[in-house]
Design a protein around this ligand. Sequence first.
Ligand code: IVH
Length: 686
Amino acid sequence: MAPSSSPAGAQRALEDARERAEALRAELRYHDHRYYVQQEPEIGDSQYDALMRELRDLEAEFPDLITPDSPTQRVAGEPVAGFGVVEHREPMLSLGNAFDDAELRAWHQRLVRLTERDDFAFVCEPKIDGLAISLVYRDGRLSLGATRGDGLRGEDVTANLRTIRSVPLRVEGDGLPAFEVRGEVYMSKGEFKRLNEERAERGEQLYMNPRNTAAGSVRQLDPRITAGRRLDIFVYQLGWVEGSPPSATHWGAMRWLQQSGFPTNPLAARFESLDEVAAFCAGWVERRDDLDYEIDGVVVKVDDFPAQRQLGVVGREPRWAIAYKFPAEQAVTRLRKIDVSVGRTGVLTPFAMLEPVVVGGVTVSVATLHNEAHIHELDVRAGDDVIVQRAGEVIPQVVGPVLSRRKGRRLAKFKMPAACPVCRTPVQRDPAQAATYCPNRACPAQLPRQVEHFTSRGAMDIEGFGEQRSHLFVSAGLIESLSDVYRLPERRAALLALEGIGEKTLEALFANIEASRQRPLHRLLIALGIRHVGTETARDVARHFGSMAALRVASRDELEAIDGIGPVVAESVFDYLHDEEYAALLDRLAEAGVRMDEDVSARGGPLEGVTIVVTGSLDRWSRNEVESLIKGLGGRVGASVTKTTDSVVAGAGGGSKRDRAASLGVEVIDEAEFVQRLRARGWNGT
Ligand code: IVH
């Protein structure tokens, strides 16, 4: 919007901006709801980003237009010293438990006895294992978010809850002046896994389970930390209401909440007999692992509110609801021995070999032990009876020893082996990471796992590899380096000779390999498996430098200057890029046509606003590299010389573009001049 000189013009511009901002907000809110609540996005990320960018720009130009419920304001605020106390207008109750069918039926019998009725309808909902919270809306806007606390008083965590994308900041609410909604904040299993993988990469202590992590994230004094962890919410109750309640039943209230824009659990169901309720509960015992979030039971509620009121509350537990709890996913078994495996970066990881035991319906004989420090912290020793837990994640964990059963037996403490169990090379220790690793890059344990990682979903995402095929291709000698992934299409006959590989499989595999050449730089950085580089770091680095060429000439200090990157990570990245063998790998990947840049408009880079055309061949960089470098520094690369071209960088050859530049009066500079100008603009690459 062009600034206007006259006051009336300025007023009009402001009004136009206000209208546009409101329209953008409505549109963004709609798409947020499609994406985060209904999980059926209508537009792609880039279209969404464009809307958000327009709104941000508008709000930057007209700061008076910013409203607290604008989608731009989901960004996290400043840390606080402590949370305010919130007194709940109505106590947040807990639930009585039923551990089996008989207890569920006993609960029902009590309802029948107390009310002398036998015609209840029930609503059954998965019991989400997260953190209970209360949200207060006034005039359709989120005004307060609080934790459950002791049920009477909780903490004011509004700033943190605002960062959760599925928490609506504004709702229709049928014009009710104010109302409270209760629900459960949780972290999905997928997000938990992602977070822990990143922590493992950085050598940080792992989180135990999604529940505690979600709770810890909400109770963060720094909302930026909450915002960095993707949390979700399901609402499960309409609390107090000012104005007339929208429904006389829980089921009706939930439908109203859903229509108002709240995420309700689509798995909730209403039944008119206890047999159906019991079947629903039993069904989820079997299927709980299918969900991407953890549930520890089913909540059964009497549907109509008058009956709820009649039944009332005893102590802190309502008589009208009960939690049908699933059997524990823990068991005790003998730890036979502690073995050690070698991962893709050579890190030695101890794991538990167990006497097979059934945990939550699955036979478990192997469990993870993370690292040596973790084993000593738990004080588990080979020969102990240990508690094993399957907490939804695929790999079972050892929770700890049953010390009373160790009595009288002398069990040796665990010690990491001094040599790699696979190649026998003496191991080294990385005290910063509390890790032990095999320094032998040629260790046969590493390459198959590197290939598996390179091709995995968050990395180059080449479907058709996986653990088995990665091992198969390596052991068949078809892959000797990661760049050989791109040479597989040349090895068709050898591939067809492998077991389980047919023409069709190969065609699909080759197509996937081909498509992966276009992955952006951050995916490649993840795929390379550079120590300490997880998803976030890779994104930060890729966004900052824009290209591999720019990254490869960056100094340690430049790396460390990036927000969120410390000396250990900077050193690890620097060392990788300057390692002869890895540098050669990068060259081979570039030659294979793997993309080496990121889509970034590097705002504020030394070449911001400058359009450059490159022609002929340069000494210092390949064509791809110099183009990436220009983009990485904020410039634009023009395909042909036009009036808007600022400079043409000409190497050897490059005839026609030189001529065209001359005819348009566009300057032509050589490589040395280009480098000199970059330096003058603050670029300090080599
Ligand atoms: S209803 C009086 N519904 O379970 C009703 N609770 O032990 C109280 N929870 O503090 C809660 N999913 O944190 C209800 N669908 C659901 C739930 C649910 C999880 C949690 C909630 C509550 C605890 C009760």
